[in-house]
Design a protein around this ligand. Structure first.
Ligand SMILES: C[S@@+](CC[C@H](N)C(=O)[O-])C[C@H]1O[C@@H](n2cnc3c(N)ncnc32)[C@H](O)[C@@H]1O
Length: 256
């Protein structure tokens, strides 16, 4: 329906019948439009089911291993961060660790999956008091993040930038929410080393065929792309390090 409406704006045949060539042209345009629509959604996964939550909990130590923490602390430093926000927080285990490592007094977790947020609430309440955290259900593709300006010391987004439609827009919202001197750390899969990505995913339980099929979608951004999202949003002093055979990278920018 959308395709037909779109094309009727593109071609005006109101005073005559379209020729065979014009009909073929319209058909090709519809097919192209449908392919584009399908492709644009392939990186997006469904995180609403309880078994996806538990799988993410089980995989957490494989994703957030010692080398990740060494890398994050090298890029972000190890000074205390009073207020931390995790965009696409999933089951909340990273927030729990960030609270412990950075002695945060208050944390925010944002995610579109209600099941993920329920699990995050359970993990966070075992670590800090209920007055010290806010978890909010939000779809970054549809709504603006409800945060005051200059409120956050450290923002994080893990394995999430490849899933959202407009990463540049989210980076700008994070920039506004950060305090002067605040940092935004993005962890994501990156393009450039399909074999390294496949080994990493097989190592964390995905079958090889599935990993190969997921590579173009999960690794759709390069380090340069991630750096550009940050610099276009206003971040400075952008630094990065690749980890896990260059299948993932941590990219950090500062709000000056
Ligand atoms: C691959 S999981 C990563 C979870 C966690 N950050 C981690 O690294 O373990 C991606 C998370 O981002 C959330 N997410 C994906 N697209 C989103 C969107 N458009 N708006 C809000 N959350 C989204 C999902 O619900 C899911 O919890």
């Amino acid at each position: 329906m959308f395709a037909v409406q779109y094309l009727s704006h593109q071609c005006d045949y109101s005073d005559r019948k379209p020729s065979l060539n014009e009909l073929i042209d319209i058909l090709l345009k519809i097919v192209l439009l449908l392919v584009k629509l399908i492709m644009s959604n392939l990186a997006k996964d469904d995180w609403s089911a309880e078994d996806r939550v538990q799988r993410m909990v089980r995989r957490y130590p494989l994703s957030y291993h010692d080398l990740f923490w060494v890398t994050l602390q090298r890029l972000v430093g190890s000074k205390q961060k009073d207020v931390i926000a995790d965009f696409g927080c999933g089951p909340g285990l990273l927030l729990v660790d960030l609270v412990k490592k950075y002695h945060a007094k208050y944390v925010y977790g944002f995610d579109e999956s209600e099941a993920m947020l329920k699990q995050a609430a359970r993990f966070l309440s075992e670590t800090i008091s209920d007055e010290q955290f806010t978890l909010q259900r939000i779809n970054f593709d549809e709504s603006q993040v409800m945060l005051e300006s200059d409120a956050i010391d450290l923002a994080f987004a893990g394995h999430m930038f490849h899933e959202i439609a407009d990463p540049g827009n989210l980076a700008s919202q994070v920039f506004t929410a950060l305090k002067q001197g605040g940092q935004f750390a993005i962890l994501d899969y990156i393009s450039g080393n399909p074999d390294g990505f496949i080994r990493k995913m097989v190592g964390s339980g995905m079958d090889e065929k599935h990993a190969r099929a997921r590579y173009p979608h999960m690794c759709k951004h390069s380090v340069d792309d991630l750096t550009e999202f940050l610099s276009n949003a206003g971040f400075s002093n952008i630094v990065f390090e690749k980890i896990d055979e260059a299948s993932r990278a941590v990219v950090v920018g500062i709000k000056r």
